[in-house]
Structure formats: C-alpha cells, structure tokens
Design a protein around this ligand. Structure first.
Ligand code: FDA
Length: 512
C-alpha cells in the first residue's frame, strides 16, 4: 500500500525521547544538529537566520528567566519550542532575525489527579506522552486533543487542539482550567495572578505572543472501556464523489459520539494502473458497534458499513490506530521524533455550506495533478461540543455554523527551490480554486495549521512593534472578532513586543 502523508509523521520505532544533558547548545556542539531536527523541513528557505545562535534547554522553570534576561540585553529574539510541529517552523526558524531557541523538552512532567479528573501537564510533554500516562493510570481517563503523538502540548493547546473526540468533547484548549506562564519580566504567573484577560488569551490565541507557558492544568474526560473504529475507503469508481457529497449533510449533525473524518488522496489503482481518487472515512465512535450500526444505517446507509468493517478496542488502542501505529507497544507513544523528515506545506479552510458535486470534482482534478499520494486533503467535521462555546468565549472562534474544516497537506522529499516552487504553486492554486466554496469575510483559517501566505508581521527598519493593520489581515482569519481583544491583552502584558514572530499578535503602538 502506498504510504499516506499522515504515516510519515508516526513516531519512529527507535526511542528518541531523550532529555538533554546540558543547558546550552551552540552550532559547534555535536548535539546541536540533532536537537534541531524538525518534523517538517521548510521549503525554499534561504534565510541566513534559519538556524538559532543558541539552543537553550531549561531543566527548571526559573532558568527560563535567564534566557529572557540575556535575550533582552543582547536584543536577540526568543523562539519557544515545545514539540516543534509548527507548520511554518516558527519555533525554530526565523525569516529575518538572529534568534535563540528556548526548547522546553526537559520540562515535560505530567501529574494526574484521577479522582478530580485533572492533570498538570508541562508544555514539553507530547500528546503521546500525555495519552500514555493516562493509559497507565486508568482505562477510561482520557484527554481530547490531536491525533499525531509527537505534537507538543505547548503549541497545540495554545492554538486549539482538534482530535477524534472533538465532536463529543470539543478542542483541547477548551479544557484548560489553569496555567503557569512566565511573563516578559520573568515572573511566573498562574490563573489568579495573570487575571482573566490573559488567561482567556492563552486558551486559543496562539503560542508566542503573551509569554512562555510552562504548564497547563486541564480537565480530563471519561471514555467508555471500549470504543469502535473503522476506516472505510472508497474509490472514485466506487462512488466516492457522491459519498463525500452526502457526508457533508451528516458529519456535523450526527450523534456527537461519532466523528467521521474524510481523507482524500489520488493514488494509482492496483487493478487498472490508472490514477484514481480515494476517500477514506476514518472514524471513531465512543461506544459499542451494536450502537454504532443503527446510527449508520439511518444516517449514512450509502456508505454500506457492515459490522466486520468495525473494530472494538480500548481508547488508547484507538490512539495508536489513528496515528498509523496500530498494535505497537504503548511505549511508542513516548518517542518524540518520526523516522522521516519531509518538506511540508499546509493550509486550512472552513466550510459552512456543502460543496456541490462539481466543486468536489474540481478538487479531484487538483489531487491528480500532484505526485501520487503526496497531497492529502482532510475534511474534519465540526458541530457537537465545539458549538457549546460562543465565538468569543475563547479566542478560537470557529464554532456554530461550520460544517467542517479542511486541512490541505502536501509533502515532498526532494530538496531544491524549483521543486519547492512547483509544490507551493499547486497549493496556492487549489486554495484559489476553493475560495468559492468556503467561508468568506473573513475566510476562516485554523491557527494551529499556521500559514504564512495569509500575511506576516513586518519588522523591517527597526520597527519591532509591527502593525495592527498588517496583522489584522491574517488575525481576522484565525480569530475573527477576537483579534481585537487579543491585541488589547498583548498591549497590556507585552507592550514592547518582546515575544514576537512572523505571526504573533502585535500590541497597539506605544503612545508618545
Ligand atoms: P512548536 O514547538 O513548533 O510550537 C508552535 C508555536 O507555538 C510556535 O510559534 C512556538 O514558538 C509556540 N510555542 C510553543 N511552545 C510554547 C510555549 N510553551 N509558550 C509559548 N509559546 C509556545 N493540530 C490539531 O489540532 N490536531 C491534530 O491532529 C494535529 N496533528 C498534527 C500533525 C502533524 C504531523 C503536525 C506537523 C501538526 C499537527 N497539528 C495538529 C498542528 C499542531 O497542533 C500545531 O502545529 C501546534 O502548534 C504544534 O505544537 P508544538 O508544541 O509541537 O509546536
């Protein structure tokens, strides 16, 4: 079977969970390069600043203070890295500024209070480590967050955190009940001392802008002892187009224990040797197959699901299933890196009206244009618990009215700017084509699928404050009307814009 884009990011078989021995790594240090390994290489990057001057790996939270102090003194930017999965690599590369990386990998303790169903999770932990720790504690305690085990808590919870249980339990950021954050003055604040405005901002307003988060306290959830999964794949010839079309009328409205994601790719058919589009309906049901079958029969009979397509398993086994590492020992969830590094570009969209059949056929045409298998489009259903929050309750605004989110993903493995340009051009063209079918004014985008094509802060000619008007262009897409409040919080907590990157929230300009 050809390799799927997602499987490129499954954790590697080798344990690579290593903490560091030292605090500071410079390019002359032997471990510098291996510490810097990114999950996704940035295409076409020619910036002389795309590598940090120093990688700083604190063991204790007070050590972060020294990094803030030194970088202020030397006027060098700080980039914070938790799991390193930023779609544009902003935790470890910079377009135009010298910088140091504060790599939080050693700060990854997790303490679970099973009785209270809460956990304190340090940001350097990965999702896999959190899921693994929960499974060691209990068969039914879980957390709702993303699918890829190597994603870091720090970036993921700061920007949202969508996963296979999001229709039932919403996104990860909605479960944050407290946090420890280091502010621009090196003080460590918790929910009480930071105040509700800042606490609001860090639950979806994105990493970087407001300080260095050290740990989040989250509410855990309870899952059934067994859940049901299936992954049914249909080709174009097996009616994939009509099935995907029909899915759009069901996906966000069906029982919220059911989350059916659709993965679309173009592959070469084993029987005809020709390229065909396939749609994989990758599904988690938080319950037994006996309850799932009647729902599918009534709501989506067209898919023709039968009992033998379904597998019963524990929730933690379903985590392995969706991460493309089924039946492996649970310890694989502790690995921080993946065996492959590929070039990657992603984008996102929100769909509020079903895409008509001819619109879908246009997508298939684009998929055929790219190299077999390397382009994957995901349709991830919304609705359910995601809508139990209003648009302004947290900075993550994509609530009622969205049927599903689109994640456009494209990977390739050959270096070179020409190769990169070819793929990036494909991505821009399909994004242009999709404008007619997705949310408008603003065209929504998911912050955790960061996309610098939406706009960047311009810090040229010594202006390090950035511009509200410039940032509003991308800010409205990620945060809608919450952008304005995020700028107000930023102005209060970091008026000199010490914590910044190409897409961080700017403060309002300082009054003379
Ligand atoms: P990374 O360390 O790169 O940080 C991301 C951003 O947050 C950077 O700007 C960084 O500076 C900042 N930051 C990190 N730690 C911080 C801290 N402690 N304090 C302040 N700022 C901090 N998303 C999703 O919702 N569901 C999913 O299933 C997936 N799956 C997935 C798979 C793969 C392979 C990738 C590459 C990405 C995803 N994502 C995802 C997207 C993911 O949620 C997003 O990239 C997160 O920001 C990654 O968090 P990391 O800590 O790993 O990134």
């Amino acid at each position: 079977t050809p390799m799927r884009i997602g499987s490129l990011w499954a954790p590697g078989p080798e344990s690579s969970n290593s903490a560091t021995d030292d605090l500071i790594y410079t390019p002359s240090n032997n471990s510098y390069a291996s510490l810097l390994i990114a999950q996704n290489l940035r295409p076409g990057s020619t910036s002389p600043y795309n590598k940090p001057l120093i990688i700083f790996t604190p063991f204790y939270d007070y050590q972060i203070q020294s990094a803030i102090y030194c970088s202020k003194k030397l006027r060098i930017q700080i980039r914070v890295r938790s799991g390193g999965h930023d779609y544009e690599g902003l935790s470890h590369t910079s377009r135009d500024n010298p910088f140091v990386v504060v790599d939080m990998r050693n700060l990854r303790q997790i303490s679970i209070d099973a009785e209270q169903k809460t956990a304190w999770v340090e940001v350097g932990a990965t999702l896999g480590q959190l899921y693994h720790t929960l499974a060691q504690k209990s068969g039914t305690l879980a957390f709702t967050a993303g699918v890829c085990p190597t994603v870091g808590i720090g970036g993921h919870l700061s920007g949202g955190g969508y996963g296979m249980m999001s229709r039932r339990h919403s996104i990860a950021a909605d479960h944050i009940t407290d946090a420890r954050i280091m502010n621009v003055d090196g003080q460590i604040l918790d929910r009480r001392s930071m105040g509700e405005d800042l606490f609001w901002a860090i639950r979806g307003g994105g990493g970087t802008s407001f300080g260095i988060v050290i740990a989040f306290k989250v509410n855990l959830i309870t899952v059934p002892e067994t859940v049901t999964v299936f992954n049914v794949t249909k080709t174009y010839e097996q009616n994939a187009t009509q099935l995907v079309h029909r899915w759009q009328y069901i996906a966000d409205k069906v029982d919220e224990n059911l989350l059916m994601r659709v993965f679309l790719r173009s592959v070469r058919s084993l029987t005809t040797g020709k390229r065909t589009v396939i749609a994989s309906f990758t599904t988690l049901y938080l319950g037994g197959v006996e309850d799932l079958m009647p729902i599918m029969k009534v709501k989506f009979p067209e898919l023709g699901l039968v009992e033998k397509d379904c597998t019963k398993m524990s929730w933690i086994q379903s985590v392995l299933f969706f991460a493309y590492i089924p039946n492996q020992p649970l310890n694989v969830l502790l690995n921080r890196t993946t065996p492959f590094t590929v070039y990657f570009k992603g984008k996102s969209d929100y769909v509020t009206e079903p895409i008509p059949v001819d619109g879908l056929i246009g997508i298939w045409r684009f998929l055929h244009e790219e190299d077999e298998n390397m382009a994957e489009i995901q349709f991830s259903p919304y609705g359910g618990a995601i809508n139990s929050f209003s648009e302004s309750e947290t900075p993550f605004p994509h609530r009622t009215g969205n049927i599903f989110m689109i994640d456009y993903g494209l990977s390739w493995d050959s270096p070179g700017n020409e190769e990169a340009e070819k793929h990036l051009n494909w991505m821009r063209r399909i994004y242009g084509y999709m404008a007619a079918y997705v949310s408008k004014s603003p065209r929504g985008a998911y912050f955790n699928y960061r996309d610098l094509d939406l706009g960047v802060n311009n810090y040229s000619s010594g202006n390090i404050i950035g511009s509200y008007d410039e940032a509003k262009v991308w800010g409205m897409k990620y945060f809608k009307n919450n952008f304005e409040r995020l700028v107000r919080v930023k102005t209060k907590v970091d008026p000199s814009n010490f914590f910044r990157n190409e897409q961080s929230i700017p403060p309002f300009p300082l009054q003379p």
